[in-house]
Design a protein around this ligand. Structure first.
Ligand SMILES: Nc1nc2c(ncn2[C@@H]2O[C@H](COP(=O)(O)OP(=O)(O)OP(=O)(O)O)[C@@H](O)[C@H]2O)c(=O)[nH]1
Ligand SMILES: [Mg+2]
Length: 610
């Protein structure tokens, strides 16, 4: 059967998954309400975390679709996916226009010689401006050095949410047929008779894991036919070769994985496949040490396929056994060995992650592509019953041959109402961010900055405050550049409990004037736990368990009515953001607590003096 391979790429939230789901529905392979975002965390957050494969049948052709995550922390995954497909649907929100991640994924696609199909989505939004968006997309193509052929892209206008696509805005359409037709017309066939007759060559671009089968590789078949049971050679890009055997293979039909060589597709018109054929994207088991970018082949003398680069981590932090006074109360897996085994399993599939297990007594050094990348792992672990504590994330520096330091830099795009423009430029300027571009559109401004990742750590919650929640900030790593120099951040001081017990409304009411609280009344606290931050920036030790002095009680009813400001409850991400260097974030299945590493004031002042 003829195959076409596409990836859906875009900035976060521009509608990739919604559109993919609609394509699955229209072609009859998924029912109403079924989504590619299937992981519990994805559903809760409404974002895609893992790229996923599906396929749809259309007019006798199998269209493999890879839905990719839009958040910049997962950009490296998108880059790998792009190596395995032949074209992309570049989805752009008709109101927001191209955003940093649009630029990144487009740049990578163009460099690979891909000819994108542009999908202007969400044209139903009241403030949508498809014509302006299209113009900006064309500008972006030209700016990124697109060839004539590439910048002569087909455009499809869509309302992904309603499953509607049009070739002209004025067209009447009730489904996605125009988009499917565009795919057939513009995406080259994934294989040819010539490729089919060669010895098998495949390349994994993603990893998976199954409790029974072990490590799985998601691979594109470039040439030949691979059969279950085949003896294969696995070649590293440098030619180093080892042997293996394929134990099981799956192909994608709709959202299902169907074992190759069996007859259980549920789609009666498709013959059971006898092997993984050139052009297809398949899941392979049997190679326990298979890795991204290697070449699987049946021919010992075959050339390895070009390597697939994996982005280096940019931030690092330590995972430790929880040793707070509340340790072990809520977690099921709490020991160093259990945490280690979990992290080792994570390394099987989490390609951008690096872990140093060497100095076990000091915890495990975990490095990743950004705060969200790490936060998702921690969130996943707590859901599985793990309990642990982590240190403050730090940027990873690199040292050149001459000892010169470099650090990760990001491109940051800020969309804010024009009145906040001045304060944002000033605030980011202090954090060594340089303005690269400023565009005004009605009352909104879009400002593009470049600066060190270090300057952004801990900035997001400040940004929300500075823009009264009306701003959007998105950012992505653009590479390592020379050290930007010292950054003086406004000191945030912690409000630390000196007592253990239950926090009382009366004391919180007194404390809320002095800063922002992280806890509710009746929250259990311990001495050394951080219960809030102070507005003046100084560190403050307080007693949140103090009750009203009983001898002073007056019998007035109004006295009892305490007006408490809703607290800033800590999530893992907020915690990673607000924590100080001498603190730990304690994470259990039920709680996220911030604490001082040294729990008593005496220990803390001793540590400060030395
Ligand atoms: N108004 C409108 N909203 C849409 C449309 N398509 C998607 N949305 C909404 O946009 C939001 C994001 O949609 P998703 O499909 O999850 O976006 P995504 O690009 O997959 O997001 P990530 O995978 O996290 O990068 C959801 O709330 C959708 O309901 C559309 O055509 N019109
Ligand atoms: Mg998505």
């Amino acid at each position: 059967m003829e195959v076409r391979n596409i990836a859906i790429i875009a900035h976060v939230d521009h509608g990739k998954t919604t559109l993919t789901d609609a394509l699955l529905r229209q072609t009859g392979v998924a029912k109403e309400g079924v989504s590619m975002d299937s992981n519990a965390l994805e559903l809760e957050r409404g974002i895609t975390i893992y790229s996923k494969n599906a396929s749809i049948p259309y007019k006798g052709t199998k269209i493999n679709i890879v839905d990719t995550p839009g958040h910049a922390d997962f950009g490296s995954e998108v880059e790998r996916v792009l190596r395995s497909i032949d074209s992309v649907l570049l989805v752009v929100d008709a109101q927001e226009g191209p955003m940093p991640q649009t630029r990144f994924v487009l740049k990578k696609s163009l460099e690979l010689g891909i000819k994108p199909i542009v999908v202007i989505n969400k044209i139903d939004k009241p403030a949508a401006d498809p014509a302006r968006t299209e113009e900006q997309v064309l500008e972006l193509f030209l700016e990124l050095g697109a060839s004539n052929e590439q910048s002569n892209f087909p455009v499809v206008y869509t309302i992904g949410k309603q499953g509607i696509a049009k070739l002209k805005l004025a067209d009447d359409s009730t489904d996605l047929t125009p988009l499917l037709e565009t795919v057939l017309a513009h995406v080259p066939p994934a294989s040819s008779a010539d490729a089919l007759n060669k010895p098998a060559r495949l390349q994994p671009f993603n990893l998976g894991y199954d409790n029974f089968l072990g490590r799985l590789a998601v691979a594109r078949v470039y040439e030949g036919v691979l059969k279950t049971g085949d003896a294969v050679f696995v070649k590293k890009p440098n030619g180093e070769t080892r042997q293996g055997k394929i134990t099981k293979m799956y192909t994608f039909r709709g959202l299902q994985k169907v074992e190759i060589g069996t007859k259980d597709s549920g789609l009666p018109d498709e013959a059971p496949q006898s092997g993984a054929e050139a052009g297809d994207i398949v899941l392979i088991a049997g190679l326990p040490d298979i890795y991204i970018g290697e070449t699987i082949t049946t021919d010992q003398n075959a050339e390895p396929l070009p390597a697939i680069a994996i982005d280096e981590p940019t931030i690092t932090l330590t995972f430790l056994v929880n040793n707070s006074p509340f340790a072990g109360r809520e977690g099921k897996y709490v020991t160093s060995r259990q945490i280690r085994e979990r992290l080792e399993r994570e390394l099987e599939v989490n390609v951008g992650l690096k872990i140093d297990f060497e100095h076990e007594q000091d915890g495990y050094k975990v490095s990743g592509r950004g705060e969200l990348h790490i936060a998702i792992l921690l969130e996943q672990m707590r859901r599985e019953g793990y309990e642990l504590q982590v240190s403050q994330p730090q940027v990873i520096f690199r040292e050149g041959n001459g000892g010169e330091l470099s650090e990760p830099y990001e491109e940051t795009v800020v969309d804010v109402p024009a009145i906040y423009q001045g304060s944002i430029i000033e605030r980011l300027g202090q954090r060594k961010f340089v303005m690269k571009d400023l565009r005004v559109h009605e009352n909104q401004v879009r400002i593009i900055f470049e600066g060190p990742t270090r300057g952004l750590l801990g900035y997001r919650s400040q940004f929300v405050l500075d823009t009264k929640g009306e701003g959007i900030l998105s950012s992505r790593v653009i590479g390592f550049r020379p050290y930007a120099g010292e950054i003086k951040k406004r000191q945030v001081g912690s409000m630390i409990s000196m007592m253990s017990g239950k926090a009382l409304g009366y004391s919180l009411w007194n404390l809320q004037e002095r800063g922002i609280l992280y806890i509710n009344p009746a929250t259990e606290v311990y001495a050394g736990m951080v219960i809030g931050n102070t507005s003046k920036g100084e560190e403050m030790t307080v007693n949140p368990t103090k009750n009203k002095n009983l001898t002073n009680v007056r019998a007035s009813a109004s006295d009892e009515a305490i007006n408490l400001v809703p607290p800033f409850l800590l999530t893992i991400e907020r915690g990673l953001e607000v924590m100080a260097e001498d603190e730990y974030l304690e994470i259990t299945p039920e709680s996220v607590r911030l604490r001082k590493q040294k729990l008593t004031e005496i220990e803390r002042s001793k540590a400060k003096r030395s």
